[in-house]
Ligand binder design. Structure first.
Ligand SMILES: *[C@@H]1O[C@H](CO)[C@@H](O)[C@H](O)[C@H]1NC(C)=O
Ligand SMILES: *[C@@H]1O[C@H](CO)[C@@H](O)[C@H](O)[C@H]1NC(C)=O
Ligand SMILES: *[C@@H]1O[C@H](CO)[C@@H](O)[C@H](O)[C@H]1NC(C)=O
Ligand SMILES: *[C@@H]1O[C@H](CO)[C@@H](O)[C@H](O)[C@H]1NC(C)=O
Ligand SMILES: *[C@@H]1O[C@H](CO)[C@@H](O)[C@H](O)[C@H]1NC(C)=O
Ligand SMILES: *[C@@H]1O[C@H](CO)[C@@H](O)[C@H](O)[C@H]1NC(C)=O
Length: 481
């Protein structure tokens, strides 16, 4: 009874709140944290409504309506020139709304706004006034609560150096999918004014490097995404970060990663993704040696990657000894790797996750440790993925499970130094040799005889076609020896 009553009351309260909030009459509203503060999602063009003052402020008492989050999506705005009235909202999204231009400082009254989403618009130029807030002592007209700004999927190719002067507390900035091509001086100054930045998304911005010093001021960055860019070297400015823990370099133009174009010293880095790099062929010795704190390594879906050096992760000191990062999660799925050396990691037994599926692993004796040691470990750590941990070559072993080979204590055979198969080789070589030794004089004799027309005496058929038929069948027989 009590429960029923409280449900009825909450419905009544919610619906009365809904009636009171103007945006809720045309958009979808959810009342979450408390019964009065609404999360609004407008999916159709409602610009005639939200550009009214009465949508935000109740004219009967001049109080702000209680919206906690407002998403005005798929609007037809073109020029954003409405200045939002004071509101307690913490989240505002104007994504996918055809915004080409932002006039004046439309957000200045939104002093509680923590997150501003301007993704999927047509913005090309942002004036430094765009993010201006209100007067405050000791600060330059800040939007004082703004921590998250998303400007991805626009047409920006440069940021004004002062664009963030009112939002110096930004922690998350997404400017991915904008055609920057290069991070120019202005953009560098803009980004390096964000001393509190923790996450920076620079994916698909057509840049091939980061300028030196870019991360000198925002040195406490924790997450950086450089995916989708035509990188040919890991930018050395990453070495200036102090707190970088997660780095994405998916889908880049990297071909061969070496110690020289590989990672600088980033001891703070814990998580690295290098996936979907279609051109990546090799990762050389010590290419990842600077990542001494690495814990989770994903090198996946690199369809041309055939070489992962035995010492790609190891750091070799001047006495010839080596140190390895203590990897806990190793994902090497869907590459084109055939061999893997057990020296890649120092402690395979410390792994808590492993995925080596989807590689054409060669079942030869160089990978014997897969059968003896890795297969049982794999089964223990990751029994779900284990059924796809299989041989890719040679043909007669294609698809064999390493776990089955382990159960049979299978000894895989060895290649000779030319990478051929010795046991079939010997036969083939003898065959070819005999073929040549016997075949050559026979051919010479036949040609001689043909010219002399001796053969017409022996066989009646004298056409060139029948001649070649005889010739080929005789060598074929020789090879069969
Ligand atoms: C809306 O409010 C602002 C600020 O109070 C005011 O400048 C503007 O004239 C108002 N617009 C309308 C249409 O009343
Ligand atoms: C609301 O504010 C306007 C101007 O700021 C004022 O003219 C009006 O009297 C106020 N209304 C109430 C109910 O306080
Ligand atoms: C805002 O821009 C529209 C055109 O996009 C225009 O019609 C309107 O008058 C402008 N409003 C203000 C307050 O400048
Ligand atoms: C560095 O990162 C750690 C954990 O991610 C965090 O506790 C610490 O506050 C960060 N340091 C700075 C200066 O941001
Ligand atoms: C990359 O490495 C492969 C094989 O190691 C080599 O054939 C190729 O020429 C290299 N490409 C470049 C651009 O260095
Ligand atoms: C990088 O690729 C991996 C594997 O496809 C994926 O899980 C991850 O979300 C990607 N990260 C980014 C930022 O693209």
């Amino acid at each position: 009874m009590k429960l029923l009553l409280s449900i009825v009351i909450s419905i009544l309260v919610a619906s009365s709140a809904e009636e009171k909030l103007p945006l809720c009459s045309v958009c979808t509203c959810k009342f979450k944290e408390n019964k009065f503060s609404a999360e609004v999602i407008c999916n159709k063009d409602t610009s005639t409504i939200w550009t009214q003052n009465s949508t935000w402020i109740n004219p009967s008492n001049n109080e702000s309506y209680d919206y906690s989050s407002v998403s005005l999506l798929n609007q037809e705005i073109y020029v954003l020139n409405y200045t939002f009235l004071p509101s307690n909202l913490r989240y505002l999204s104007l994504a996918n709304s055809n915004i080409r231009q932002i006039a004046n400082s439309p957000f200045r009254n939104l002093q509680n706004m923590n997150t501003l989403i301007l993704s999927y618009n047509e913005l090309e130029i942002l004036s430094p006034h765009t993010l201006k807030g209100l007067y405050m002592e000791e600060r330059l007209m800040p939007l004082k609560s703004l921590k998250v700004l998303k400007l991805d999927h626009n047409k920006i190719h440069s940021l004004h150096m002062d664009i963030f002067e009112h939002t110096t507390d930004l922690e998350i900035l997404d400017i991915s999918y904008n055609p920057f091509k290069i991070i120019d001086k202005q953009t560098t100054l803009a980004l390096s004014s964000l001393a509190m930045l923790k996450e920076l998304y620079l994916g698909y911005t057509e840049i091939n490097t980061l300028p030196d010093q870019l991360l000198h001021t925002p040195r406490y960055i924790e997450i950086l995404d450089l995916s989708g860019n035509p990188l040919t070297a890991i930018p050395s400015t990453l070495g200036e970060t102090h707190n970088l823990t997660t780095l994405y370099i998916n889908d880049t133009g990297f071909m061969n990663m070496t110690k020289e174009n590989g990672f600088p010293e980033i001891p703070s880095l814990k998580v690295l993704y290098m996936c979907n790099n279609r051109e990546l062929q090799s990762i050389g010795k010590e290419a990842l040696a600077g990542l001494s704190g690495l814990q989770e390594l994903s090198i996946c879906n690199n369809i041309k990657l055939t070489i992962l050096d035995d010492f790609a992760l190891a750091k070799i000191n001047q006495h010839g000894g080596a140190t390895w990062p203590m990897i806990k999660k190793l994902n090497l799925y869907n590459n084109k790797l055939a061999y893997l050396d057990s020296d890649l990691l120092s402690r395979w037994d410390m792994l808590t996750d492993i995925d080596l599926n989807g590689n054409p692993w060669t079942c030869e004796c160089e990978n014997q440790w897969f059968v003896d040691e890795l297969a049982p470990l794999y089964l223990k750590i990751n029994p779900e993925r284990e059924p796809e941990f299989r041989c890719g070559a040679p043909v007669e072993m294609q698809g064999d499970l390493f776990v089955d080979l382990h159960a049979r204590q299978y000894k895989m055979r060895c290649l000779d130094i030319y990478g051929a198969r010795p046991e079939t080789d010997a036969m083939l070589l003898v065959g070819v040799l005999l073929g040549v030794l016997i075949g050559l004089p026979v051919i010479l004799f036949i040609i001689y005889a043909y010219q002399r027309q001796w053969l017409s005496l022996l066989w009646c058929d004298n056409s060139p076609a029948s001649y070649s038929r005889r010739f080929y069948s005789s060598t074929a027989r020789d090879e069969d020896l």
